[in-house]
Design a protein around this ligand. Structure first.
Ligand code: ITT
Length: 191
């Protein structure tokens, strides 16, 4: 089985990806290869950040690998929080990050937003990218207790519930991450 390193230490993300990709590739985490480095994420786009992860891993370990970067883009905030989604308020505290988004959108009627994921894959000496996005809108108050991040304030287009009110199964079939991972899986399995 071909081994592929996933630039993450999030066991949940890894399981989800392995389940979609199936048994043609064995996906290993950073921990599995003994990498404890804090891989830099200093790009201005999701693509640059995802690429930084695979460039770093390939330079150090010479192994085929992939990495992802995701975030929320809000039109009325000129695409913010974007690559700063995890630390929009200056800390990783999601309560504060959500408060800041709601404060900056106060009184605004145009509330369109989207979650995006970009995956960078480095395989057999070639660079590939896979993208997923889901359109929606930001509501004025939190709803729901599931999911993570900005899920309580995001309602995907065509739905009445926020991501935080949906079951994990439902969110994981329509999410930006699921779309990008499915494209990666289709590529790997057909290649
Ligand atoms: P890594 O260590 O794997 O980079 P991370 O928490 O930074 O984990 P992402 O790069 O995937 O995760 O996403 C960056 C931020 O964007 C994340 O901290 C959330 O605030 C937000 N985000 C991404 N996907 C989300 C989702 O499905 N629902 C809600 N918020 C999300």
């Amino acid at each position: 089985m071909t081994e592929l390193i996933f630039a993450t230490n999030n066991a949940h993300k890894l399981e989800e990806v392995q389940a979609i990709i199936g048994d043609k590739f064995a996906i290993k985490s950073l921990a599995d290869i003994g990498c404890e480095d804090d891989i830099p994420e200093t790009g201005e786009t999701f693509q640059e950040n995802a690429r930084q992860k695979t460039d770093y891993l390939f330079a150090k370990y010479k192994l085929d690998c992939f990495g992802d970067d995701s975030g929320l883009e809000i039109d009325a905030l000129n695409g913010e929080p974007g690559v700063y989604s995890a630390r929009y308020s200056g800390s990783r505290d999601m309560e504060k990050n959500i408060d800041l988004v709601l404060e900056r959108l106060e009184g605004k009627t145009h509330r369109a937003a989207r979650f995006k994921t970009v995956i960078s894959l480095f395989l057999n000496g070639k660079q590939h990218y896979f993208e997923g996005a889901i359109e929606g809108r930001i509501i004025a108050e939190r709803r729901g207790g599931k999911g993570f991040g900005y899920d309580p304030i995001f309602i995907p287009e065509g739905y009445q519930q926020t991501f935080a009110e949906m079951s994990a199964e439902e969110k994981n079939t329509i999410s930006h991450r699921a779309i990008a991972v499915q494209k990666l899986a289709d590529f790997l399995v057909s290649g």
